[in-house]
Write a protein that binds this ligand. Structure first.
Ligand SMILES: Cc1ncc(COP(=O)(O)O)c(C=O)c1O
Length: 402
């Protein structure tokens, strides 16, 4: 036994202290000190009545941010991808038709999952950077025949575009289809009234606008969608993601399904309380103003918006990297010299875009001004000189207009 120890990596001390970064990529975000405190609160057993109360409170707070009365509203163990997987595996059976609205990087995953469900997948393509066109969607649905599900991404993190979910819902329902919405980068940061827009199933991730650590996927399911799940001819192919079992775990029945991620649930609950204290509408308005300010600052520095301005997603500002600038080197310098993280482009836009997250606790004027000032210095090093201080100054003007 002893000689085996030499193969085991022994850290010098038992705690790892990573550097403190300013997180301005589209998630994860920096955490409020109350959320951090929640993570180190005493752990309870997952059947402890106090913890069961915390689950109920978390579900109630999730209903608040989803703007829904859906009974089945819970936090899945797993990241946003678990929400996507649960949505599709529960609603699709072999041979069902699903129309996936593909307008960026994340819809491709929906296609992959739906394909594994052995569904008939129709991909409705929209150019990256543009919003789904309702007339062409209507025409596609007419051609598709009987469609069980339309799957859409509310905010495309890869392109910085917000898709018109209210209209997509109208068209999907007129065609007799259910609507599933990915709200990973939008829940708690962009207006998304699930009940008013009649979204049948909607999921998100804990680490973006909700500003908790990654690891939980909030999801809400309408009555009609639950009925479809209960009336399936085949079992849901994933036992772990089966919403008919999970919903009983999150109901008063408490039918054991998994050991809840206890401290993560505390953290999510606290992050949701913070949103409730500020007020959902106020949070959304704050994100809107800060996003407009950052974009104005970047434009004043000569950078160009990538997304269609009429459908710009406030929580992700996507700008083109100027010609002659090494995109990845700029991000690396921001990280190494200034401890600031932003993202680059995905897929065909790798190396061509920067994406800045305006989310949760990271979305504060001082953070965004620090980023704009740092970016100016890094860009100057690479020969892209602008009027000194113009980015932060212009952003400040927008911030202070409200
Ligand atoms: C629109 C969208 N959907 C799904 C995901 C996947 O979420 P996660 O990385 O939390 O699994 C992301 C992640 O950024 C996303 O932006």
């Amino acid at each position: 036994m002893i000689e085996k120890l030499e193969y085991v990596y022994m850290p010098k001390n038992s705690l790892t202290f990573p550097p403190e970064r300013l997180l301005l990529a589209p998630g994860p975000t920096n955490l409020h000190s109350r959320v951090l405190q929640a993570l180190i609160a005493p752990i309870l057993g997952h059947k402890d009545p106090r913890f069961l109360d915390i689950m109920d409170e978390t579900a109630a707070l999730l209903r608040y941010v989803f703007q829904t009365r859906n009974k089945v509203t819970l936090a899945l163990p797993g990241t946003g991808g678990a929400g996507m997987e649960a949505t599709l595996v529960n609603l699709l059976e072999p041979g069902d038709t699903v129309v996936v609205l593909d307008a960026g990087y994340f819809a491709a995953r929906m296609v992959e999952i739906a394909d594994r469900c052995r569904a008939r997948v129709i991909v409705h393509q929209t150019e990256w950077g543009r919003a789904v066109d309702i007339d062409s969607l209507e025409a596609a649905l007419q051609q598709a025949g009987r469609v069980k599900l339309v799957a859409a991404v509310h905010g495309e993190t890869s392109t910085g575009v917000e898709h018109p979910i209210a209209e997509i819902a109208r068209v999907a329902h007129a065609h007799g289809a259910l609507l599933a919405v990915d709200a990973v980068p939008t829940l708690g940061g962009v207006w998304l009234p699930v009940d008013e827009w009649q979204i049948d199933i909607c999921y998100s991730g804990s680490q973006k606008c909700l500003s908790a650590p990654p690891g939980l996927a909030p999801i809400t399911v309408s009555e009609p969608a639950m009925q479809v799940i209960h009336q399936r001819k085949t079992k849901v192919q994933s036992w772990y993601h089966d919403l008919s079992i999970l919903s009983r775990y999150w109901s008063r029945e408490r039918v054991y399904h998994h050991t809840a991620p206890i401290n993560m649930t505390y953290a999510l609950r606290e992050a949701l309380v913070l949103i409730q204290e500020e007020g959902l509408e106020t949070v959304i308005q704050r994100i809107g103003v800060l996003s407009a300010g950052v974009l104005a600052g970047l434009q004043a520095m000569g950078l160009e918006l990538f997304s269609d301005p009429a459908h710009r997603l406030t929580t992700v500002v996507a700008v083109k990297t100027p010609t002659g600038i090494d995109e990845a080197r700029v991000r690396a310098t921001l990280l190494e010299t200034f401890n600031i993280e932003i993202s680059g482009g995905l897929g065909a836009y790798a190396g061509k875009l920067w994406r800045i997250g305006i989310m949760g606790h990271s979305a504060r004027p001082r953070n965004l001004l620090a980023f704009l000032a740092a970016l100016e210095m890094v860009l100057r090093e690479q020969g892209h000189a602008t009027e000194p201080g113009v980015g932060p100054r212009v952003a400040c003007e927008v911030f202070s207009r409200t």
